[in-house]
Write a protein that binds this ligand. Sequence first.
Ligand code: FAD
Length: 408
Amino acid sequence: MINLETPKKFEGLVESAHQVAINVFRANSRKYDLAEHEYPKELDMLAALMDGMNEGGGMSGAGAGAVGSGSSNGDSGSGNRNGSNMASLLGLIELCWGDVGLLLTMPRQGLGQAAIAAVADEEQLKRFGGKWAAMAITEPEAGSDSAAIRTTARLDESTGEYVLNGEKIFVTSGDRAELIVVWATLDRSAGRGAIKSFVVPRDAPGLHLDRLEHKLGIRASDTANFRLEDCRVPKENLLGSPEIQTAREGFSGVMKTFDNTRPLVAGMAIGVARACLERTRELLSEAGVEIDYSRPLHAQGAAAAEFIAMEADWEAARLLTLQAAWMADNKKPNSLQASMAKAKAGRMGTSVALRCVALAGTIGYGEGELLEKWARDVKILDIFEGTQQIQLLVVARQLLGKSSADLK
Ligand SMILES: Cc1cc2nc3c(=O)[nH]c(=O)nc-3n(C[C@H](O)[C@H](O)[C@H](O)COP(=O)(O)OP(=O)(O)OC[C@H]3O[C@@H](n4cnc5c(N)ncnc54)[C@H](O)[C@@H]3O)c2cc1C
């Protein structure tokens, strides 16, 4: 049975994350929204503090780097675990209540670590674990259809290195991370089964930064475009099996990462939306709007009714997301639930943020409040790690038992 209370062992983690959200993230939110591309140096001290807390177990799993296919700190033997996926989710919700852009550029919390955790062997975990890793899938000709990537990897037998060539765009933390997990194909004619992920150190020869993007939201987070020109990495940097597998086996390996990361991105939207709802409630209260839960919806004022409907939408997204993370911790296949959660939370986040801006009127649209910023920030959570439309496609395929060839 799923228990909807915050697990007791994570109460400390949630409280610590909340304090960070208030004192570091909120405190610097507007500063780095305005100073796009400037490194938020306040995060270095925070990262050091978190490393210390992680060693002591105090903040273990608060970021994306800690998720995995199984539970590392679960209630072993109980058959009902709340492990690293749940811990990461609860931590991220709190941190994104503070600022999602700053969360996305937290040292050592890049989504690339989730890919490493999902596929790496013991030796690779030792070499790459704990490092700041970005994830580079998207290319000019391959976004939603990630199987269409053109970046190639060729094994140079004489040196024991893979040689990578191609272009990667919109890489979150691509400039600041230490490692970049690059998706490339071993053989373009062999289809999806030939797509593998390679760990490329940020300073590898042949990896060229072309530019940083200017963006609508999450401006504290750097978004980089790269060229890979005869970029060489040791063959031991390939994650998973070097064999070209059948389309289903091979691609499902790299796609497995999403089952862990989609609930986290959903959690980010839940954190931002909660921030919007809390601030809107305060503004409504200051304006004399009463929200009385003892009255039916039709007996509320229009603003109160709208607010209650948004809270219900938020709660639905939150429950779906908790379920998806809980399933990952309990080793239950969760691709369907991960996509449902991401679709619901992405849409809810965008819709709630904009409706809160509307409810707050001119106050909501001005830079005197963070509401307008949250409405800009939240949009990305309905785009990356698979857009709204792609999540719905994944859900439809799963429910109807169709393959990606059957339903495009
Ligand atoms: C700020 C930011 C950060 C990012 N960070 C990363 C990162 O770290 N790593 C990374 O690899 N990528 C990253 N991305 C890229 C992101 O994952 C892609 O933008 C996303 O996957 C969509 O791809 P696309 O932009 O090429 O759009 P397209 O795939 O061209 O899609 C355009 C539109 O068509 C819709 N669409 C596409 N196919 C279908 C279909 N079959 N059915 C119905 N509708 C469809 C899409 O939903 C979308 O609305 C980032 C993007 C942004 C904006």
